[in-house]
Ligand binder design. Structure first.
Ligand code: AHR
Length: 489
C-alpha cells in the first residue's frame, strides 16, 4: 500500500539551538549495565570494554548520567575510590540485592567519560546521604588543592580536578529517593545545593530532582519554593505498553501493541508542553533547563533473566519510538536542553547488548547515529502533511519529523514512518537552493526486527536514495516502519 506526504522545512523564527546534551545517556549500577557490561572482567582483572567505548564514541555521546537512578540515593562515593583491594563489597539493595564490589567508582567513571570526550552528570545522594558527603564529593572532583578532598584525589592517582559541572541533587526523591513531599524536597534541595560552593570560578550546574510523568504538582511546588537556586530540573518519563504491574513484551507483540507504544511515544509532546507552561510562569527568561533525565521504552524482561536486571531486547519498534521522542525533544529545544536515554548497555532501551565477549548494536543505537547532525545545530521548524495511521479506533500521525541547520549551511531532516504496512510517497521542501542530497535509512521486514548474537546486523543503516525534484525540493518513497535521515546542501 502507498499514500503521500509533504514536509516543509522552514527557517526558524528564533535562533534556538538543539543542545547536543539532548543526546545524553544514563548508566546506573543496575543489572549488567556497568558490571559485565561496560566494565568487564578479563583474566581476573576489571577493565573498560574498548569495543563499547569505540561504539559510543561513534554516536558522539555528549554526557553520561551516573551512578543512578535509584542507586544514587544509597551510594557512598567514598566506597568507590582508593586502592581496589581496600574498597568494601556492599549489597546493591535497590537492584536485585547483588554484591557491588565498588571496583567501578569515580575514577573509573571519569575515565570512561574522558575517553568518550563527554561530560559527566553526577547524581548525588540526598535520600540517605549527608550534605557534607555531597559537598566533599563535589570538592573531590573539582578542587585543585591544596585541601583534604583534592589531596585524597591526588593520593588516588588523579592530580588535576575533573571540573565536573552537571550535578544532580538527588534522584526521584518522590519515590526511591526518599518518598518525600515536594515542599520537603525543595527545602532539602536548597540545603544540599547551598554547599556546592563554586571553586575558583567553577560553578556547579545544579539539577533538582523533577517529577515523574504528569506529576505537575511536583514541578509547581519545587519551582515555587526553589527556582532561584535551580539550574536544571530532571523530569523522568518512560514509555510502556499496559501498566507498571503488567508491561508488554519487547518482541513478538501484536500490531495493537505497536500502536499503543508508538501512540504513547507521541504523548511526550503534550507532557513537555504542560511542564514547560509551568516553568514559563516561574522562569520566563528560560534560564532553567528542562532535563528529561530518564526516558525510553520499558518492557517485560527477557525470559530467563533476573527481573531486577531490567534486561530487554530492542527492536525496530523501539527505534521508531526513539525517533518520535528525539523529534519531539528537538522541537522543544528552547527549553529542553538535556535528556538521557535509559540505559546505555544491557538495561532497558540500551544502545549496546553484550553476551560474554560479544557485543551488538541495537536499532536504537542506529537512530542515535542518524541524529548526530542535530547536535548543537540550529532548530528549523517543520510542517508535516501526512496521512494518519489508524488501528482499532486509535489514530496517530504516520510521519514524525524534525530539522536543523548546521553552521556550514547544510540542512538535516530526520523523519520516521510509523505505519507498519504503508509506504508513503514523500516530498520535502527546504527553504533555500539545495540540490545535493545524501540519506540513510533504518528499516526491517518485521515490526519486531532486531539484532541478535546469531545475526547482529539484521537491522542496520543503509544508504537511501533521494531524487531532486526542482530547486530545494526532493521526493522519495518512505518505506513502512522506517527512520530516515537526510542531509541537503
Ligand atoms: O532506570 C531504572 C530506574 O527507573 C531508575 O533507577 C529510577 O530512577 C527510575 O525509576
Amino acid at each position: 500500500m502507498k499514500s503521500s506526504a509533504r514536509i516543509l522545512v522552514h527557517e526558524s523564527r528564533g535562533d534556538e539551538v538543539i543542545s547536543r546534551h539532548l543526546y545524553g545517556h544514563f548508566a546506573e549500577h543496575l543489572g549488567r549495565g556497568i558490571y559485565d557490561g561496560i566494565w568487564f572482567r578479563r583474566d581476573g582483572k576489571w577493565e573498560l570494554r574498548e569495543d563499547i567505548v569505540e561504539a559510543l564514541r561513534r554516536i558522539r555521546v555528549p554526557n553520561i548520567r551516573w551512578p543512578g537512578g535509584c542507586f544514587a540515593d544509597g551510594y557512598d562515593w567514598k566506597d568507590g575510590v582508593g586502592p581496589l583491594d581496600s574498597r568494601p563489597a556492599i549489597v546493591n539493595s535497590i537492584w536485585a540485592g547483588v554484591t557491588e564490589d565498588n571496583s567501578f567508582g569515580t575514577h573509573e567513571f571519569m575515565d570512561l567519560v574522558e575517553r568518550l570526550g563527554a561530560e559527566a552528570v553526577i547524581v548525588g545522594n540526598v535520600g540517605s546521604g549527608t550534605v557534607r558527603e555531597m559537598a566533599e564529593w563535589w570538592r573531590y572532583m573539582n578542587h585543585p588543592g591544596p585541601g583534604p578532598m583534592a589531596d585524597l584525589r591526588k593520593s588516588n592517582g588523579r592530580e588535576k580536578p575533573w571540573n565536573v559541572r552537571f550535578w544532580g541533587v538527588g534522584n526521584e526523591n518522590w519515590g526511591c529517593g526518599g518518598n518525600m513531599r515536594p515542599a520537603y524536597y525543595a527545602d532539602l534541595y536548597k540545603r544540599f545545593a547551598s554547599f556546592l560552593h563554586p571553586i575558583d570560578g567553577h560553578w556547579p550546574f545544579r539539577i533538582a530532582a523533577g517529577p515523574a510523568g504528569d506529576n505537575y504538582d511536583w514541578m509547581e511546588v519545587v519551582l515555587r519554593e526553589a527556582a532561584k537556586q535551580i539550574d536544571g530540573i530532571d523530569l523522568h518519563h518512560y514509555t510502556l505498553v499496559g501498566n507498571w504491574s503488567k508491561k508488554g513484551a519487547a518482541t513478538g507483540f501484536p500490531e495493537s501493541e505497536w500502536m499503543e507504544l508508538l501512540g504513547k511515544a507521541y504523548d511526550l509532546d503534550g507532557l513537555l508542553r504542560h511542564h514547560i507552561a509551568i516553568m514559563d510562569r516561574y522562569d520566563p527568561e528560560k534560564r532553567i533547563w528542562l532535563i528529561l533525565g530518564e526516558w525510553g521504552t520499558w518492557h517485560e524482561v527477557e525470559a530467563g533473566t533476573h527481573r531486577g536486571f531490567l534486561h530487554q531486547q530492542n527492536t525496530l519498534r523501539d527505534a521508531i519510538a526513539a525517533s518520535i521522542s528525539l523529534n519531539i525533544l528537538n522541537c522543544h529545544a528552547g527549553r529542553v536542553k538535556m535528556a538521557n536515554i535509559a540505559q546505555t548497555v544491557n538495561v532497558l532501551q540500551a544502545m549496546v547488548l553484550t553476551r560474554g565477549e560479544e557485543m551488538l548494536l541495537t536499532p536504537t543505537y542506529h537512530v542515535f547515529d542518524l541524529y548526530t547532525p542535530h547536535h548543537d545545530a540550529r532548530l528549523m521548524s517543520t510542517s508535516v502533511r501526512a496521512p494518519s495511521y489508524t488501528l482499532d479506533g486509535q489514530t496517530i500521525p504516520s510521519v514524525s519529523a524534525s530539522a536543523s541547520k548546521a553552521d556550514d549551511g547544510s540542512f538535516h531532516l530526520t523523519l520516521c514512518n510509523v505505519h507498519p504496512h504503508v509506504s508513503i510517497d514523500t516530498s520535502v521542501e527546504f527553504p533555500s537552493e539545495v540540490s545535493d542530497y545524501t540519506a540513510r535509512i533504518l528499516t526491517g521486514p518485521e515490526m519486531d526486527s532486531r539484532n541478535t548474537f546469531e545475526d547482529p546486523d539484521a537491522v542496520r543503516l543503509e544508504e537511501f536514495s533521494i531524487e531532486a525534484a526542482g530547486t530545494g525540493s526532493a521526493t522519495f518513497l518512505l518505506p513502512a516502519r522506517s527512520v530516515v535521515a537526510i542531509t541537503a546542501r
